[in-house]
Design a protein around this ligand. Structure first.
Ligand SMILES: CC(=O)N[C@H]1[C@@H](OP(=O)(O)OP(=O)(O)OC[C@H]2O[C@@H](n3ccc(=O)[nH]c3=O)[C@H](O)[C@@H]2O)O[C@H](CO)[C@H](O)[C@@H]1O
Ligand SMILES: [Mn+2]
Length: 348
């Protein structure tokens, strides 16, 4: 063969080789992609399976004695059901002996998260000590405490089946950022750790203290607490975010109740969706240089407007101050503790 002939053959051969190479890498890419899609699908199914709630029904033990329930007598001074038929829990709407015995059979773990950054570490001792006396007594509780100063966490004697995990997190210069950052931390915690660990989760403020029973009557798929300052206010007076530019916007003629940012909870799946959604909306607002009037509490209220809680807790479960009273509040279970805002917060 002539020299130019050989060159031509070599060139063709090279072109064919490159062509096959491209086809092969294309096939490999497609295959890989398919695999990672399948992988993602499998992971999702696994998470969904892990998060599936235990479905025992509300089994009652034979021979258990308790007061006869009445269909005629109940609280008349407050509403104990929402227009979407979710219970609102007040003193007198549940029997502690009966409800404890039902839930005892479900072998539950309740994850409970609190954050104590900067000077808020001073609230940890009273929170934990009072929780050990009143919060899900007799049930398995796993507290997760997020703090920038793990060394400052006091030794608190825990009851049987109760444990505390301390997590170090970075702090922020503004209290608003500390408060808002909780949503993302909670989303990650549920996603990465709680699936095989807990059945329910409650997310609480740390500048608080328990004074009365908070137990299994509070459990539900998605649980909100009615804010202690606005439970008797008309909806146009609620401190919702009123600027349409914010993702948390609620117009004056909408809204059910005003919920506290200091306490919410429910199943892992529902609270994961809540924290993920609020985190996404907070990021969109930040990108648009807007911060909702009550930060993540405003976004929580928007979330609960569109995703109605399956159970509501009355302000007994998040009261203003132990020294304050209201005719409807027969028991203070959990309350804010008085604080000097200027002294404890890093900024006004
Ligand atoms: C009763 C109630 O519903 N309280 C809400 C309300 O004001 P609060 O006055 O209750 O807010 P706050 O100062 O207690 O901050 C909320 C939480 O953030 C953490 N923190 C805050 C500051 C700090 O320096 N270090 C620290 O650890 C801590 O866990 C605290 O409990 O509005 C906030 C958002 O604007 C939150 O939604 C609160 O839950
Ligand atoms: Mn607070």
């Amino acid at each position: 063969m002539s020299i130019p002939g050989i060159m031509l053959l070599r060139q063709n051969f090279l072109i064919i080789l490159v062509f096959f190479g491209m086809v092969l890498s294309g096939l490999l890419y497609l295959n890989n992609n398919q695999n990672s899609c399948n992988q993602q699908k499998i992971e999702r199914v696994v998470i969904e399976l892990k998060w599936r709630q235990k479905t025992f029904g509300l089994r009652s033990l034979p021979g258990l004695l308790y007061n006869q329930p009445s269909v005629l007598v109940g609280r008349t001074d407050v509403a104990s059901v929402t227009p979407w038929s979710a219970p609102i829990i007040w003193e007198g709407t549940f029997d502690p002996i009966l409800i404890d015995s039902i839930y005892k059979q479900q072998n539950l773990t309740i994850a409970t998260t609190v954050f104590a950054l900067g000077k808020y570490t001073r609230f940890v001792k009273d929170f934990l000590e009072s929780a050990e006396q009143h919060y899900f007594v007799g049930f398995r509780v796993h507290y997760y405490l997020f703090t920038d100063q793990p060394e400052s966490v006091p030794e608190v004697k825990m009851g049987e089946n109760r444990s505390l995990t301390v997590r170090k997190v970075q702090s922020f210069k503004r209290w608003q950022d500390i408060s808002m950052s909780r949503m993302e931390q909670l989303e990650k915690l549920i996603e990465n750790e709680l699936a095989s660990e807990a059945d329910y989760i409650f997310c609480l403020d740390i500048d608080t203290k328990f004074y009365g029973r908070w137990g299994v009557e509070s459990l539900g798929r998605l649980v909100g607490v009615i804010h202690p300052w606005l439970f008797d206010a008309p909806r146009d007076r609620f401190t919702y975010e009123r600027r349409p530019e914010s993702q948390a916007y609620i117009p004056a003629d909408e809204g059910d109740y005003y919920y506290a940012g200091a306490a919410f909870g429910g199943s892992l799946e529902d609270v994961h969706h809540l924290t993920k959604t609020c985190r996404e909306k907070l990021h969109i607002d930040a990108a648009n240089s807007i911060e909702a009037v009550w930060q993540e509490e405003s976004h929580l209220n928007k979330y609960f407007l569109l995703n109605k809680p399956s159970k509501l807790l009355s302000p007994e479960y998040m009261w203003r101050d132990i020294n304050e009273s209201a005719a409807q509040i027969k028991v203070i279970r959990f309350s804010n503790v008085a604080k000097n805002y200027a002294e404890v917060r890093p900024n006004p």
